[in-house]
Design a protein around this ligand. Structure first.
Ligand code: NAP
Length: 245
């Protein structure tokens, strides 16, 4: 019997990178998975649906339909997230600030609130944080703020749910090669490629492994936090490139 046979999961940000790899890992482990993102044509799961985590209506409708189709919920993976720009805060804009905070913070909180009533005993919430939520680096103020908030929310939620049979984990990755940098640099593929040049970044599957580890521990074990980095980095801001070693 596979570790997650009979379990169901919802994954946000499932159209790309870590979210998509997590959908695959959970399904391979036996779970039936509902996947959401804005680019629905890229979703591959047992149940798929359009999801914009910045919209209360979109989240409510996605959760209602996906949970109904799956027949209940055991695991929520909050993977949707983005950064916009890599500039000093003095160059920040109202629009970018809103997009990052509404996606990474408000969206994650909203999805958690909407899913909680559906989570069966033994349920599990996994939030995708970042090493940026543990240690600041230059020119990433809003993203860093948002990921510190994810960690704060995760800690606070653990306090409020203490005594209930629901587990909560934050997975905080360092450098993972995904479309994250393409989004961050607003479609500039060359700049995005530069982020991964001269360094062996982690793969989305490495992070999906961490999620899978957390959700397959015995029911009395809560993996609070997993911090995972590429070997040649010590923080989000300090990455050793091949020509620097
Ligand atoms: P990615 O490949 O760009 O994937 C981001 C995912 O988030 C996409 O599926 C995207 O789907 C979804 N998303 C963005 N805005 C959304 C919205 N408003 N509503 C619903 N979905 C939305 O990046 P990734 O690296 O896999 O990132 C996944 C998570 O890991 C993020 O929370 C990110 O902050 C975190 N993380 C990444 C790294 C890294 O180095 N890559 C490191 C640490 C943490 P649509 O555009 O189709 O909606």
């Amino acid at each position: 019997m596979a570790a997650l046979d009979g379990k169901t999961a919802l994954v946000t940000g499932a159209s790309s990178g870590i979210g998509a790899a997590t959908v695959r890992a959970l399904r391979e482990a036996g779970a039936r998975v509902g996947a959401g993102a804005r680019r629905t044509e890229r979703l591959d799961a047992d149940v798929t649906g359009e999801l914009d985590v910045t919209s209360a209506e979109s989240c409510a409708s996605f959760v209602a339909q996906a949970v109904d189709a799956l027949g209940g919920l055991d695991i929520l993976v909050n993977g949707a997230g983005l950064a916009l720009g890599r500039d000093p805060f003095t160059e920040s804009s109202e629009e970018d600030e809103r997009a990052v905070l509404e996606t990474n913070v408000d969206g994650l909180i909203r999805m958690t609130r909407l899913c909680l009533p559906h989570l069966r005993d033994g349920g599990h919430i996994v939030n995708l944080g970042s090493v940026a939520g543990r240690q600041a680096y230059a020119n990433g103020a809003l993203y860093i703020t948002s990921k510190f908030a994810v960690r704060g929310f995760t800690y606070a939620l653990r306090e409020d749910l203490l005594g209930r049979p629901i587990r909560i984990t934050t997975v905080d990755p360092g450098l993972v090669e995904t479309e994250f940098s393409l989004v961050r640099f607003r479609g500039d593929a060359e700049k995005a490629r530069g982020v991964y040049e001269g360094v062996e970044a982690m793969r989305p599957e490495d992070i999906a492994d961490c999620v899978l580890f957390a959700v397959t521990r015995p029911p009395h074990v809560n993996v609070d936090e997993i911090v995972v980095k590429a070997l040649t980095q010590s923080s989000g801001g300090r990455i050793l490139r091949a020509d620097e070693s």
